[in-house]
Design a protein around this ligand. Structure first.
Ligand SMILES: Cc1cc2nc3c(=O)[nH]c(=O)nc-3n(C[C@H](O)[C@H](O)[C@H](O)COP(=O)(O)O)c2cc1C
Length: 161
């Protein structure tokens, strides 16, 4: 696939096969994903590989959609609201890179807006000074979801004088 196809065909995957993705592959995607933009080169991401016991304690939906791998993406909170925002944005860019790389290799991801509550933070052992950006369920898809159409981008564009 070329980059255009990779971006257009990536989908939020809701159902996964049982087979694990190799650790080397996951690390390769994370390593490449870390070439995401990040202001002042803070590299504000930290990634937690969330194992079975922790998943059970988190008790999220159908155990994170029964995906074989679950990752939590943390961001350094920074010293100011601006730094916090910039770091969260950088981690989001990194997560999207990861999702696209996984998709390009036939795997899939599902975002979970989960992990930032006090309870979840405690279970995940998130240290002070870190935010939980989101979690990703990762695995080989057992479905091929349709593209959800997008608004024509021209409707989202304003040209300023
Ligand atoms: C910040 C963020 C949070 C999201 N949280 C969730 C979530 O909690 N559960 C979920 O199923 N999808 C979540 N999604 C995925 C979106 O629902 C999904 O991208 C959207 O429906 C468009 O579908 P597509 O990714 O297949 O194009 C999230 C996406 C983003 C960017």
């Amino acid at each position: 696939m070329n980059l255009n196809e990779i971006i257009r065909t990536r989908r939020n995957i809701k159902s996964f096969r049982e087979d694990q993705i190799g650790q080397e592959k996951l690390l390769e995607w994370l390593e490449t994903a870390s070439y995401a933009p990040n202001h002042h080169r803070t590299e504000p991401w930290e990634i937690l590989f969330v194992g079975a016991d922790t998943r059970a304690k988190l008790n999220h939906k159908t155990n994170f959609f029964n995906a074989p791998t679950v990752l939590a993406f943390l961001s350094v909170a920074g010293k100011t609201p601006l730094e916090r925002d910039e770091n969260m944005i950088a981690v989001s860019c990194m997560m999207q890179n990861f999702a696209l790389l996984a998709h390009n290799d036939g795997a899939g991801t599902r975002w979970a807006s989960f992990g930032s509550s006090a309870t979840a933070r405690e279970i995940l052992g998130v240290p002070e000074g870190y935010e939980v950006v989101s979690m990703l369920a990762v695995g080989y898809p057992s479905e091929d979801p349709e593209t959800k159409s997008r608004t024509n981008i021209t409707e989202k564009i304003k040209v300023l004088a």
